[in-house]
Design a protein around this ligand. Sequence first.
Ligand code: SF4
Length: 221
Amino acid sequence: MKRAEKAEKIFSILNGLYPKPPIPLDHQDAYTLLVAVLLSAQCTDERVNKVTPGLFKKASSPQAMAKLSVEDILESIRSCGLAPTKAKNIHKLSQTLVAEYKGCVPNELELLEALPGVGHKTASVVMSQAFGVPAFPVDTHIFRNARRWGLSRGKNVNHVEKDLKKVFPKEVWNKVHLQIIYFGREYCPARSHNPVDCPICSWAGIKSILVAEKKPKQKKA
Ligand code: SF4
């Protein structure tokens, strides 16, 4: 079966499971989403949603955030992973938004990627979820599922992103990327998955992938 046909079938299963996948990070606008996505690196969405209300109470705009000290920001986000670096980046990117973009979040991928602490994945999430521009941010769930389902053999996120953009129509990228994340969290952990009861891999066409997965373990990098 061709990758595109497989992707179509997977999308129809995901549509049955997650017809309207919500955006997992709580936010009020593009700026608060940008900060929340930045915080979500090496941290769960649940944890981020716990810390952002306190942070946004102190400052919910680039202007207000730029006026806080890094220590003040750090105090609100301390329970997130990599908090000291994130606090510095939130402060710096807020200053940049005020100085260069009149306090607005730019809706261009390249401009977002140039902001402090903002990489390709964060920028893609903001393009997709704040501005509705088709993007395919690849997180750990998407990376794992794309390879397990045989939609990509990519060894890095850039390669997997390229392959997924080829097999799913552009108009569904924003929806399907969220659906795969929800599916990955619910059904497809890194270990102890159950292929027989799994809504996607129990489908015969994908069993070969699971067999392929059982090949001898590779040495740790
Ligand atoms: S069987 Fe395993 S690999 Fe396949 S989708 Fe289900 S949980 Fe993921």
